[in-house]
Design a protein around this ligand. Structure first.
Ligand SMILES: CC(C)(COP(=O)(O)OP(=O)(O)OC[C@H]1O[C@@H](n2cnc3c(N)ncnc32)[C@H](O)[C@@H]1OP(=O)(O)O)[C@@H](O)C(=O)NCCC(=O)NCCS
Length: 96
């Protein structure tokens, strides 16, 4: 579970868990005023880092809505049946 803070305030978070050889992103949500400033991307990248660390090969989620599908497309997910999914690979930013 990840908690996102901005200026000392909790503004959202994400919950993910291991599911066989994959990691499932169960929920990610930010306060309306904290959206579209890169926090969602950072949370998902942290989850990808952790998924890679534990040897998972895929990150996926169900239930993406029409409004937030754009985020997942942007972050390299593809859609298969009702799932958004992404192969786990080393990415551009080093963890803090
Ligand atoms: C979904 C959510 C977590 C995204 O977090 P966010 O901080 O707003 O997303 P970011 O600012 O990190 O966006 C990352 C990239 O995706 C893009 N993006 C984000 N939301 C988008 C949308 N709705 N449509 C298209 N692109 C989107 C951004 O432009 C950004 O691209 P860039 O880095 O190339 O500029 C947030 O909007 C939210 O809490 N929504 C309500 C709850 C929800 O729908 N949760 C998901 C359930 S599946």
């Amino acid at each position: 579970m990840l908690i996102a803070e901005r200026d000392g305030e909790i503004v959202g978070g994400a919950l993910a868990f291991r599911a066989g050889g994959a990691v499932k992103l169960e929920v990610i949500a930010l306060a309306p005023e904290a959206r579209r400033s890169g926090i969602g991307r950072q949370l998902i990248e942290r989850i990808e880092d952790e998924a890679m660390r534990v040897g998972a090969r895929q990150l996926y989620l169900g239930g993406a809505t029409a409004e937030n599908r754009g985020l997942y497309w942007r972050l390299g997910f593809s859609e298969r049946r009702s799932l958004m999914q992404k192969a786990i690979q080393r990415h551009r930013r080093a963890p803090d």
